[in-house]
Write a protein that binds this ligand. Structure first.
Ligand SMILES: NC(=O)c1ccc[n+]([C@@H]2O[C@H](COP(=O)([O-])OP(=O)(O)OC[C@H]3O[C@@H](n4cnc5c(N)ncnc54)[C@H](O)[C@@H]3O)[C@@H](O)[C@H]2O)c1
Length: 286
């Protein structure tokens, strides 16, 4: 998709951080903006600020992990602007800790927002985009945690790898259409991510308060220091817009971890070579 003017972007998690950077960049490109976000006060403030800059923006309170809530938000977008051309699957959360210690409810929360949020978006918007037939694009915010293991925790890594895989799958399935697919793998962008537990819904245990949850407090302090030095989210938005224009499947914010990826791919290939030395026809069977 190279033409943005007059088209509509639907951005999940657009009330803060990277999603808000997307909203600003795509509004500046002349798009109508729909922000779907769970945090009502931040949502209201984001939409007011965008419209004060001359944007055509609406906000819809939505929990992307809840299919009905997502469907209601999409209906609001259709009634406000008719067609949606750019889907930004961006809302995401993390819960740190040892994989085997993280509560099942936190696994479900993270999988619900990060993975089911994308699936709900695809099931609603891909048929819609195919029906209206105009050039469209789907960009999903994964993470460098979708490229290599991370300190952000098992549920985060598992879901971000899933988003990368699902985007690669989707690109194959939509190859013959005019719907482009990208997966954004940011490294460190200034946002409210370190305090993402603020939005854990009551059904998963409610907001995580850094003061009462020691584990969260430690994590928040470390992440906040790192995050303060991160890239401006509007810069991230501009890089994503360029990646969409170039029809890139992978969009990276930084190139700093190239050697980490090379090591990972090398390890995969050398472990595959170990299989090759055994031959492909079960040579360990006597
Ligand atoms: N900031 C970084 O350095 C970084 C790095 C890699 C990946 N990411 C990814 O970027 C995306 C955006 O995060 P961010 O860093 O801007 O953090 P952020 O906390 O500033 O923004 C996330 C937004 O998602 C919303 N949200 C949370 N749960 C939701 C739900 N159930 N339904 C709808 N909206 C919900 C929040 O209210 C918030 O507005 C996430 O997917 C995150 O995993 C961020």
């Amino acid at each position: 998709m190279r033409d943005f003017k007059g088209k509509t972007a639907f951005i999940t998690g657009g009330a803060s951080g990277i999603g808000l950077g997307f909203a600003q960049v795509f509004a500046d490109a002349g798009m109508n903006i729909v922000i779907a976000d769970i945090e009502a006060p931040a949502l209201g403030a984001a939409v007011a600020a965008l419209n004060a800059r001359g944007a055509q923006a609406i906000g819809v309170e939505c929990d992307v992990g809840d299919r009905q809530s997502y469907a209601r938000a999409a209906d609001r977008a259709f009634s406000a602007f008719g067609k949606v051309h750019l889907l930004c699957n961006n809302a995401g959360v993390a819960r740190t800790g040892q994989t085997w210690e993280i509560a099942e409810s936190d696994w479900e929360w993270t999988i619900g927002v990060n993975l089911m949020g994308m699936i709900h978006g695809l099931q609603i918007f891909v048929p819609h985009m195919k029906t209206h037939g105009e050039a469209s694009h789907i960009v999903t915010t994964a993470s460098m945690a979708g490229m290599r293991a991370s300190v952000a925790g098992g549920p985060y890594t598992a879901t971000k790898y899933a988003l990368v895989g699902l985007s690669e799958q989707l690109a194959k399935e939509l190859a013959e259409t005019n719907i482009g697919v990208s997966v954004f793998c940011p490294n460190n962008i200034r946002s409210n991510m370190p305090n993402n537990g603020r939005n854990r819904p009551p059904r998963f245990g409610g907001p995580i308060d850094g003061k009462t949850d020691i584990h969260a407090a430690e994590h928040i302090a470390v992440m906040q220091d790192r995050n303060r030095a991160g890239m401006d989210p509007r810069e991230a938005g501009l890089r994503v817009k360029k990646g969409i224009e170039n029809d890139q499947l992978f969009i990276f914010s930084h190139a700093t971890e190239r050697s980490v990826l090379e090591d990972r791919f090398q390890r995969i290939l050398s472990d595959m070579d170990a299989a090759a030395t055994l031959g492909s026809q079960g040579s360990l069977l006597k």
